[in-house]
Design a protein around this ligand. Structure first.
Ligand SMILES: Nc1ncnc2c1ncn2[C@@H]1O[C@H](COP(=O)(O)OP(=O)(O)OP(=O)(O)O)[C@@H](O)[C@H]1O
Length: 343
């Protein structure tokens, strides 16, 4: 984070919000015994409210204290950003299935990888995503262990929000916030310390519209977005704003978005993408698919050349079905020869 951005935060954001997002600021304040009487005041106002004599006890001036805080945030954020950038691989060491049988397999993912998780209802697909999300250390029902760059991740990756390595896009993306799309994205951008929030909001909106079947504007209320539009918005903002190197997606197929573009977008941003899906197009777009059975990894299928060769045909079928959906939506009849649509 740039010094200028931090200065602006200290001057404009309520200290309560700063403490929630950067808990280490609380430690810094505690180290010089400065309490927070009012969470709505900014950090700058808080430091001004403390009498001069107080700083003298710590052989500090008020200006030095402000500079210390700034440098501290800068250092902490740089370290956190470097940590996230340093994630090169995620490894899942096998645990056991629901019957206690050992999984006997190791799954290693590197940046830019797209891995699909397949298996019947209740098999344990979401559980595998959850194991990665919480960086399981043989302490979940599956007994799996997740490693980062081949080693046991530090505790902070598991338990501290600002260090989380995983962004999860779940099936339920219903917004309850009473905000416009632009305001929501700008808020998200602000929380990520993006300098030009309006520009970031514009880029995300363009990208989300590129993914969504039906276009929407920045003025649209979040609560008015369709399931597919909400999903497109979340995927665009995860790809362009989230610093998490790992993205987990629970079922993308029913969302009515351009799945292929969504994946390309995430891969371009060098994320590790894992998604639970049964969509043949997505499965073939992935590098591998992990088959789950009875709670355990039953096999890992590499997407082969022959499979990839089938992709263009599947896409034609998909485009044909999408054309028919459009006709149904417009109240038209489907009483013509369908063969040309699928050949
Ligand atoms: N190895 C395991 N040992 C014990 N319990 C497990 C194991 N794997 C999964 N489970 C449990 O089985 C239940 C179903 O798993 P999960 O919800 O992950 O299935 P799913 O494949 O995502 O299902 P759906 O397709 O219906 O969403 C969950 O309660 C989960 O915690």
């Amino acid at each position: 984070m740039e010094e200028q951005q931090i200065r602006q935060l200290l001057q404009t954001v309520p200290i309560g919000d700063m403490l929630a997002k950067y808990p280490y600021i609380g430690e810094l304040l505690a180290s010089v015994k400065i309490g927070v009487p009012d969470a709505s005041m900014t950090a700058a106002e808080l430091l001004t409210s403390v009498p001069d004599e107080y700083y003298e006890d710590f052989a500090l001036s008020r200006a030095q204290m402000a500079e210390n805080m700034l440098t501290y945030i800068e250092e902490m954020e740089t370290t956190a950003a470097e940590d996230r950038l340093a994630v090169r691989t995620v490894t899942v060491l096998g645990g056991h299935d629901k019957s206690g049988r050992a999984e006997n397999c190791t799954l290693t993912l590197t940046r830019g990888d797209v891995v699909c998780i397949v298996g019947p209802t209740g098999a344990g697909k979401s559980r595998l995503l959850a194991d990665i999300e919480c960086m399981a250390q043989r302490d979940t029902p599956t007994g799996r262990q997740v490693l980062i760059n081949g080693g046991v991740p530090e505790e902070k990756y598991r338990f501290e929000i600002e260090h989380k390595l995983v962004a999860q896009l779940s099936q339920n993306m219903n917004f309850v916030m009473d905000l416009s799309v632009t305001d929501f994205v700008a808020l998200h951008a602000q929380s990520r310390m993006v300098q030009d929030e309006a520009e970031a909001a514009r880029r995300i909106l363009d990208c989300a519209n590129d993914l969504a079947g039906e276009q929407f504007s920045g003025q649209t209320a979040l609560t008015q977005l369709s399931g597919g539009q909400s999903r497109a918005l979340m995927i665009a903002s995860t790809a362009l704003l989230s610093r998490s190197p790992i993205v987990l997606i629970d079922e993308i197929e029913n969302a009515g978005i351009d799945r292929q573009k969504a994946l390309q977008l995430l891969v371009r941003e060098e994320k590790i993408v894992m998604m639970s899906t049964h969509d043949p197009i997505l499965a073939l777009l992935g590098d591998r698919r992990v088959a789950i059975k009875n709670g355990g990894i039953a096999g890992i299928v590499e997407t082969g050349e022959e499979e990839r060769a089938n992709l263009s045909y599947l896409e034609k079928i998909d485009a044909g079905l999408s054309d028919l959906r459009g006709r149904i939506r417009r109240g038209e009849k489907i009483d013509f020869d369908l063969h040309p649509l699928f050949e």
